[in-house]
Write a protein of this length. Structure first.
Length: 430
């Protein structure tokens, strides 16, 4: 019998026993639906977290000065001596500008930007032209690469030039700060003198640039009566003088080029900077990347999703048993039909294929309905959790294929029983 004829017979059998067919498919639908729903939620969560962390700089590498793990002991003439290392590095331990420039020269194709920052703190600003108005800002010293790396959009004036502005009292503020605190337009405020009080000490700066405020570059004050707190940028040298810090750095952020493998280059960066500290008994440099964290997190979510999906897939076994049971009932009901076909010359293989095809069709239809059901449930759960639904195509294909495999496995025994029926006994069956 042709394969298409077997499929037609399978659909005819399902049509003649609609309720029984639906109940038989129910186990397959629930099993496949559960697996797809779980994978959809897991994939949506992974994609959302990866996207969010990527926006924070997944291609960036953070280089940090850290204490060596074995710095607490040293050997002198075979005697262990306990060293009480300071928790803070000395000026000679810090990463220097010369190290950074040498690093950029050594890897010109991989290093796009090197961000350097110096946190000064929160300051209260008063305009020299209007002492009655004031506002708060987060003061931070930065290098020249910071604006490009963070994609700061300068509306008027210019950004900090550390070479030209090292001895100048200048700053860059946001347009929101200008409007809320100075009551001037962003164009008019260039050259305006402001007083910034930091730790009860007043400092005077001239505004040389105004950047465009964005939600992800500022925070809102908890006091509803105050304005939005945005960042004020100073030359790095000025920030270090205010904080009393040295000219070196404990941390820096490397923004790699788009063609660079961040994970591999992270190890290269760590080796490069740690080479400067081979003779340092206390300190060394380590590198980390959000890409590594994202990869680890993705693996964890995938493992959990697969584990839960595997548990949910157990219901497929129940569904498969249901298919086997209904096929055995169907064979009993159609014993005379089988005997007639064998009497007319149908081979055992033909009979076996007929009933295996019927089992596969039942499971395939159940699998397709389960996929639709699972995607719908997964989308609803993802939206409730605040994620965009992202069903995995590979999971759908595997689920449909697995449902067909269930049909073959659990349909073979009943089909084989039908194929081995004696035609004379089958024709005499009542």
């Amino acid at each position: 019998m042709a394969f298409l004829d077997n499929i037609a017979l399978a659909f005819e059998s399902l049509r003649m026993n609609k309720m029984r067919a639906i109940l038989t498919m129910l186990g397959i639908i629930i099993g496949i639906g559960s697996v797809i729903a779980i994978n959809t939620v897991g994939t949506s969560l992974t994609n959302s977290v990866s996207s969010s962390m990527s926006s924070l700089g997944a291609t960036s590498i953070t280089v940090s000065l850290t204490q060596k793990s074995d710095s607490d002991e040293s050997t002198s003439d075979g005697v262990k001596i306990k060293q009480f290392a300071s928790e803070n590095p000395s000026d000679s331990d810090l990463i220097t500008d010369e190290m950074i420039e040498a690093y950029k020269t050594a890897f010109p194709d991989d290093v796009k930007y090197v961000e350097l920052t110096c946190s000064v703190g929160t300051g209260t600003v008063t305009s020299s032209s209007d002492s009655s108005s004031d506002g708060s800002v987060t003061v931070m010293g930065t290098n020249d690469d910071y604006a490009d790396a963070e994609e700061i959009n300068i509306l008027y004036g210019r950004y900090i030039d550390n070479e030209k502005d090292s001895d100048r009292k200048v700053c860059v503020v946001s347009d929101t700060f200008v409007e809320d605190t100075l009551s001037l337009s962003a164009r008019e405020v260039i050259g305006e003198k402001i007083c910034v009080t930091i730790n009860n000490v007043p400092y005077y700066f001239y505004i040389e640039g105004v950047y465009e405020y964005e939600d992800d570059t500022a925070s809102t004050s908890e006091d509803e009566d105050t304005s939005t707190v945005t960042e004020m940028y100073l030359p790095m040298a000025t920030a270090q003088v205010i904080t009393g810090s040295s000219s070196g750095y404990q941390t820096l952020t490397v923004v790699t080029s788009s063609e660079t493998d961040t994970s591999t280059f992270m190890d290269t960066t760590a080796e490069y900077f740690s080479a400067y500290y081979t003779q340092n008994d206390t300190w060394t440099c380590e590198a980390s990347s959000l890409e590594t964290i994202i990869s680890t997190l993705t693996e964890m979510v995938d493992t959990i999703s697969y584990a839960i999906a595997a548990i949910a897939a157990i219901s497929l076994i129940v569904g498969g048993i249901g298919v086997m049971n209904i096929m055995l009932v169907s064979i009993t009901e159609r014993t005379k039909e089988i005997g007639t076909r064998k009497a007319l010359g149908a081979s055992n293989g033909s009979i076996r294929l007929q009933f295996i095809t019927e089992a596969v069709v039942i499971c395939l239809i159940g699998g397709i309905i389960g996929v639709i059901f699972g995607i719908g449930i997964g989308a609803v759960i993802s939206n409730v959790l605040g994620y965009s639904a992202s069903p995995a195509i590979s999971s759908i294909a595997i689920a449909v294929g697995f449902s067909m495999l269930v049909g073959v496995i659990f349909g073979y025994a009943p089909a084989n029983k039908a194929a081995k029926l004696n035609p004379i006994d089958a024709l005499r069956y009542e």
